[in-house]
Design a protein around this ligand. Structure first.
Ligand code: S3P
Length: 438
């Protein structure tokens, strides 16, 4: 695996075309959930295709530090679940989630319900992200939870005996909030329900069903009887569409090219990036479709096409929430203007993704302007070379590195290490496809 240095450069390769099959690593969301649910299930869960990235490893270590034995066996992980009540206090009382919002918000649902005290924390970026979105419903459930005055981590949890059920109206479409409440709901008495403004990814619901729980999903509401237990099962992690997205845009923009993405998770709550690219004129098809443990999987074929700017429909925002940085690059290189509104959540990710992308694109000569809840990007841009900063955000870094192929000069991207949080072999795949990234 190529080392990921602080600063990387991307140099346009003349006459590059690709025709290739690509298998990107396992889905990050499903990998996190496999460790958490496997850890609190009864019995041994076998996980195939776990994403060995810094974020998911932090979640695995968190479960290990609470007494869950996890071993690697070839390409599989065996998670020896201790049952819902079997977790122990971590040795120093602290769980460190690194850069991972998913790890922190999901684990908090479990830690809030334990009979021991603990504190959850992360790196500087994670400890500046909003956590009242989870501490509010957890407090309503009777958890003894204390974030900082700014509503951020570190979050302290004090021991409780059990939690109360709630019917929660979430102000944000967030699978992290939904999952936090559902996981806490496993320790609650009564019926727990959560309604969200738009449907967020539903991997937790799918996986809980796989572990033997009963849940009802209707429109924007998920309901379950609190207090249910989990039985170990096998989890097969499909490839991550959020990682594939970088190369989907590459395949669209390179001439005479075609990339087939193998075993991609095409759960409809995740395919917004495909819907948006198709509206922009992309040529994308699904083949070999199947379903495994509630997750839809397919090989996805993306061919060169002429993209055009669009007004991005609000219905696709939640299901494309992680893919906007690379979609902005597609928009800059498409014909005409692209307009995104209603995407305030982008300001609350690993960086403020609207500002980080607008600043970098402006340096590269793209005409764009920020809106409070989105961005307007003029297409037909000729990207110049230049030095941009990822703002320590993996998806910003990877987006500008892909952009380098379409620039007139070298693009240097600062602060790239965090690519390791989600896509450790990103550079290796770039090299396999012929891109010049150093
Ligand atoms: C995730 C949910 C999304 C997404 C994140 C992963 C998950 O966050 O941005 O990368 O695995 O639940 P929100 O649910 O807060 O939008």
């Amino acid at each position: 695996m190529a080392e990921i240095k602080n600063t990387l450069t991307s140099t346009p390769v003349e006459n590059l075309t690709v025709t290739q099959f690509v298998r990107v690593p396992g889905d990050k969301s499903i990998s996190h959930r496999s460790m958490i649910l496997g850890g609190i299930a009864q019995g041994t869960t076998q996980v195939t295709g776990f994403l060995e990235s810094a974020d998911c490893i932090a979640t695995m270590k968190a479960m290990q530090s609470m007494g869950v034995k996890i071993e690697k066996n070839g390409d599989k992980y065996l998670v020896h679940g201790v049952g819902k009540q079997g977790l122990k206090a971590p040795a120093d009382g602290i769980i460190d989630c690194g850069n991972s919002g998913t790890g922190m918000r999901l684990l908090s649902g479990v830690m809030a319900a334990q009979s021991f005290d603990s504190t959850i924390t992360g790196d500087a970026s994670l400890n500046s992200r909003p956590m009242t979105r989870i501490t509010t419903p957890l407090s309503m459930m009777g958890a003894k939870v204390q974030a900082t005055e700014a509503g951020t981590a570190p979050i302290k949890f004090s021991a409780v005996e059990h939690l109360k059920a709630i019917n929660y109206q979430s102000p944000v479409a967030s699978a992290q909030v939904k999952s936090c409440v559902l996981l806490a709901g496993l320790y609650a008495q009564g019926e727990v329900s959560l309604t969200e403004p738009k449907l967020s990814r539903d991997h937790t619901e799918n996986m809980l069903r796989g572990f033997g729980c009963e849940l009802q999903s209707e429109d924007l509401t998920v309901t379950m009887q609190g207090g249910q237990s989990l039985t170990a099962t096998d989890v097969i992690v499909p490839a991550d569409i959020s990682s594939a997205a970088f190369f989907m845009v590459l395949a669209c923009l390179l001439p005479n090219s075609e990339i087939t993405f193998k075993d991609l998770c095409v759960n409809p709550s995740r395919t917004g990036v495909i819907s948006i690219l198709q509206l922009m004129g992309a040529d994308i098809e699904f083949t070999n479709q199947s379903t495994n443990a509630g997750e839809q999987i397919a090989d996805v074929v993306v061919k060169s096409s002429q993209l055009k700017g669009i007004d991005i429909p609000h219905e696709y925002i939640a299901s494309a929430i992680d893919e906007f940085p690379i979609l902005f690059i597609a928009a800059a290189l498409a014909q005409g203007e692209t307009r995104l509104t209603g995407a305030m959540e982008l300001r609350k990710k690993e960086s403020d993704r609207i500002t980080a992308m607008a600043q970098g694109m402006t340096i590269l000569g793209v005409k764009c302007h920020e809106l409070e809840d989105g961005i307007v990007i003029q297409g037909d841009s000729t990207l110049t070379g230049g030095v941009v900063d990822s703002d320590d955000d993996h998806r910003i870094a990877m987006s500008f590195l892909i952009a380098g192929q379409f620039a007139s000069g070298v693009i240097e991207v600062k602060n790239c290490e965090n690519i390791m949080t989600s896509f450790p072999n990103f550079i290796t795949i770039c090299h396999d496809l012929g891109l010049a990234i150093q």
